[in-house]
Design a binder for this molecule. Structure first.
Ligand code: NAD
Length: 505
């Protein structure tokens, strides 16, 4: 009989490490399916197959890959409802939220397919005066095989942000989905296989943490990791053994700033969506709101009204679903308790809002800045609303955590909004919306500090999955011949004179 292994790594010291794990519907605990816990040797076989497929894929060229990826996109779009159904079953999110995630992923796949050539193809670059005799070309080449390790909160949108761009750049993929959402990964793999059954350009390996760790050590050429900071550290340590490069997309503690001139109705609508959508399980969701003193009371009242209409539950009509990762409930409870213990006030909800599978919305205010609810990722349907003197104090507080993923600012003065955006310590900022950047394929997605490094999406995302290739072709002999063991005194003298003339004044 197979054990359920949701979120627990098998103990390898036991003689009988489980060979399968269960995927459950978090709304009910119903068993959806069982999947193999893939071993180190299973992972090695997948990477080996990917190596062969990578050669075929690279040989397709930009044009060929574009056509394949647009077919892939079409196949996913045609069956988008079915994919959304799998997402909804494995994460518990309402069907429409799941479908929205699929729509966004498709937009990115389309952009990556259509823009890879423009961004990555070899192009002439200036050679400079000293090397005017050389024709210089810069191009970008695929790494070969990219290992993608994904989270469960957006099991299509997030990993596809790596997969689409890595594929478009010419790499084959071995994808380890979260153990909470293996079915989504297998769905995507099956969709690719329905188009190119003999070319395993997108393979999925299932398992828990150790399967991901095996992927890091399997000789892949790059790892694209999305998940928590603590796991990113383990991934980096494993990749350090073989100097395998990684891109790390980790957690956030995103702040929203509300200036005294903000459109409060809009700010409230976005705040409610950013904080409570997907049960707050959004890496770049809103976790902290700093409101300028003159509008604080009004904002809090309006947000309270809006959140009173929120209904958590297991049906597609509910606002949001359960906590997908059962143990996250304890983190949410401890953040609320810590804040209240330090003198915060609960405007809506409190400790009793945290149930077994579901968490009712919680708004906390007057939360001390040293509380875990302000400093650490909560990843649940709770939000901190704190009053600040003005938006400048908001910027200071927003910048005071170790995270740096996204942020948002609300002001009617757009140029002031841009200025504030420039001063927020975050990889991405939306002015007068939240998560505005997530649906724009030409913008890079990623953070700094505890939120990780490297970028997916956009031209930077395509380059993230390629290595630059510098090529020079000598067109004629250099008038000053310096790259020789028989350098002449005359050439050296002229060069030394040129150095001073060009750079020494
Ligand atoms: P997690 O770190 O627990 O797991 C992520 C993945 O890593 C899973 O597939 C897991 O099996 C695998 N893993 C676990 N141990 C491993 C090891 N030792 N070596 C290799 N792989 C290992 O994260 P999670 O709970 O799945 O996801 C939630 C986190 O992801 C949150 O912090 C959230 O903010 C973050 N996230 C970030 C982004 C982003 O783009 N920045 C997007 C979505 C989620």
């Amino acid at each position: 009989m197979t054990r359920e292994l949701r979120g627990t790594a098998p103990d390898s010291s036991h003689d009988h490490a489980p060979s399968t794990f269960a995927s459950l519907d978090p709304r009910t605990g119903t068993l959806l399916a069982e999947y193999p816990v893939m071993t180190e040797s299973d992972v090695a076989v997948a990477v080996d197959r990917a190596r062969g497929a990578a050669n075929w894929w690279a040989a397709q060229g930009f044009r060929g890959r574009r056509d394949w990826l647009l077919e892939f996109k079409k196949a996913i779009a045609t069956d988008a409802d079915d994919l959304a159904r799998v997402v909804s079953a494995e994460t518990g999110k309402p069907h429409d939220d799941a479908l929205l995630e699929v729509m966004l992923a498709i937009e990115h796949l389309d952009w990556a397919a259509r823009n890879a050539k423009k961004v990555l193809r070899p192009r002439r670059v200036p050679s400079g005066l000293v090397s005017a005799n050389q024709a210089a070309t810069l191009g970008y080449q695929p790494f070969g095989v990219v290992g993608v390790i994904g989270p469960w909160n957006y099991p299509v949108y997030t990993p596809m942000g790596s997969i689409s761009y890595a594929l478009a750049a010419g790499n084959a993929i071995v994808f380890k989905p979260s153990e909470l959402t293996p079915g989504v990964g297998k769905w995507l793999e099956a969709k690719w296989n329905s188009l190119a059954p003999t070319q395993p350009v997108l393979q999925v390996i299932t398992g828990l943490g150790p399967t991901g760790a095996a992927l890091c050590r399997a000789g892949v050429d790059k790892i694209a990791f999305t998940g928590s900071g603590p796991t990113a550290r383990k991934v980096m340590a494993a990749c350090a053994e073989t100097l395998t490069p990684i891109v790390a997309e980790c957690g956030g503690k995103d702040a929203m700033l509300v200036a005294e001139d903000a459109d409060l109705d809009k700010a409230v609508e976005f705040a409610a969506f950013g904080a409570f959508g997907n049960a707050g399980q959004t890496c770049a969701g809103v976790e902290r709101i700093y409101v300028a003193e003159p509008v604080y009371r009004q904002f809090l009242d309006k947000l309270t009204d809006a959140v009173e209409r929120v209904t958590p539950g297991g049906s597609d009509e509910d606002t949001y679903g359960p906590m997908t990762l059962p143990r996250q409930v304890d983190v949410v409870r401890s953040h609320i308790a810590d804040a209240l213990g330090k003198g915060a006030r609960a405007v809506i909800g409190g400790i009793d809002s945290v149930h077994d599978r579901f968490v009712d919305p919680v708004i906390l205010t007057d939360v001390p800045e040293g509380s875990s609810a302000v400093c650490e990722e909560t990843f649940g349907p709770t939000v901190v609303v704190n009053k600040v003197r003005d938006v400048e104090e908001g910027v200071e507080r927003a910048n005071a955590t170790s995270y740096g993923l996204g942020a948002s600012v609300f002001t009617r003065n757009r140029s002031r909004g841009r200025d504030i955006a420039g001063r927020l310590r975050a990889g991405m900022v939306s002015v007068n919306s939240v998560l505005g950047f997530a649906g724009i394929p030409s913008l890079p997605f990623g953070g700094i500090g505890e939120s990780g490094f490297g970028r997916i999406h956009g031209a930077d995302g395509l380059r993230e999955f390629s290595h630059p290739k510098a090529v020079t072709v000598q067109r004629f002999s250099a008038p000053l011949n310096l790259l020789t063991l028989e350098r002449s005194a005359r050439d050296m003298k002229i060069s030394a004179w040129m150095l001073k003339a060009r750079h020494g004044r």
